[in-house]
Design a binder for this molecule. Structure first.
Ligand SMILES: [Zn+2]
Length: 391
């Protein structure tokens, strides 16, 4: 039975007795309407006049007050519907009426003079033939606007950003907040305030990019420690993610631009035990409960005492392998108790407050986590590499 026949009968006569039947019937009507609409649009018209005529005929067929399909549906299905079915019929009918706005198709129909249709057809069937005389065909074949559009692939977060967010999330849970600072930094914040005087050899250790004699591209995220102390005072619990710059030649483990995350906790009665506990918790959260941590003495000008943190090798579990150079341990970050002079430089009284700090390389963590052996891969923007990390 066609739609035209169905709209002349009542729902009872059609055997539609429940809500599911009503839904199905209206779905059929909607699909018929859409089919007629798209047929007409892709057909096109030979002239403006024909376009208006065809478009009006479609509208009238469905929407005419007298004898339009919708008005028949109103009379035969809605008005006569059984009481319990009426709400379903009413809702479907309203939806259909709204969708019928799409029947206004004349603007979508291309006007293509009839002769040209033929010419184009001929050209496309003989397009490879050298003898085809197609000089007079300049129009493109009418496009079907109902065809699905071109999909553009969606990007995803960079693997370094993903691991940075994971690390941030762990410290946010511990009550730290995220702080940022400038990448173009003064010599004062990058060195002096961190207890690294001009004569100090560690200024030479890092090949610094100088913008001028008083300005550098920051060599670490630590200058934000001082900025945050000045801004917020104590107590202070922050992590500082960001880009850093050193004059390193790019190779498998070095990049002149890299990412650090710095952590800083300042409060009354902060001890080295707090530092160990926090970093052990962090390592287990990020790499798994079986990870062990090891602290070894080290030196940094801005912490006293200072330490290097190693974690049990995530590749061999501590047995010894190529990655951990058979030692079972991988060094992952530097840390220590904030030097009293650094607290003073930040305007905090070291008699009242103490604190700890750590710094880690985000790119290195991403390399470990994803087992990548060349840091350069992160920054070459090769989609074949990057799309392996799309969530
Ligand atoms: Zn190992």
């Amino acid at each position: 039975m066609t739609i035209d026949e169905k709209v002349r009968k009542t729902l009872t006569e059609l055997g539609v007795l429940d809500a599911a039947g009503v839904e199905a019937l209206f779905a059929e009507v909607r699909s018929a309407m859409e089919q007629e609409r798209s047929n007409l649009v892709s057909r096109g018209a030979a002239s403006e006049a024909e376009r208006e005529k065809l478009s009006k005929a479609l509208r009238d067929r469905w929407l005419a007050r007298k004898n339009g399909l919708l008005s028949k549906i109103d009379d035969q299905w809605l008005k006569t519907a059984a009481k319990d079915l009426k709400p379903f019929v009413g809702r479907n009918f309203n939806a259909l009426r709204q969708e019928s706005a799409a029947l206004e198709v004349s603007a979508l129909m291309q006007v293509v003079p009839l002769g040209l249709h033929v010419a184009i057809r001929e050209e496309s069937s003989f397009s490879d033939s050298a003898s085809a005389d197609v000089g007079h065909v300049t129009r493109e074949v009418p496009q079907d606007p109902t065809l699905p559009g071109n999909r553009r692939p969606l990007g995803s977060l960079h693997p370094v950003t993903q691991i940075q967010r994971e690390i941030e999330e762990i410290f946010l849970q511990l009550g730290f907040r995220i702080e940022g600072g400038p990448e173009i930094e003064s010599v004062y914040y990058n060195f002096d305030a961190l207890n690294i005087p001009e004569s100090h050899p560690s200024r030479d250790d890092w090949d610094t990019f100088y913008v001028n004699s008083r300005t550098v591209l920051r060599t670490h995220t630590s200058p934000v420690q001082i900025r945050a102390m000045e801004k917020y005072g104590a107590p202070l619990y922050i992590i500082i993610p960001g880009k850093c710059y050193r004059h390193d030649n790019p190779d498998a483990s070095h990049s002149p631009m890299f990412h650090q995350i710095e952590g800083l906790a300042i409060d009354t009665d902060i001890t080295f035990a707090d530092l160990k506990g926090t970093l052990d918790f962090f390592a287990k959260k990020l790499f798994g409960e079986r990870i062990r941590t090891r602290f070894q003495p080290s030196f940094f000008p801005f912490t006293e005492p200072s330490g290097e943190v190693a974690i049990s090798c995530i590749f061999c579990g501590g047995k010894g392998c190529r990655v951990c150079k058979e030692s079972g341990w991988i060094e992952v970050m530097g840390c220590g108790m904030v030097h009293p002079q650094v607290l003073r430089n930040g305007g905090i009284d070291p008699e009242e407050y103490s604190g700890w700090a750590f710094g880690l390389g985000v790119d290195r963590f991403a390399m470990m986590k994803y087992d990548i052996n060349d840091i350069q891969l992160f920054f070459q923007s090769d989609a074949r590499f990057l799309e392996q990390f799309s969530a």
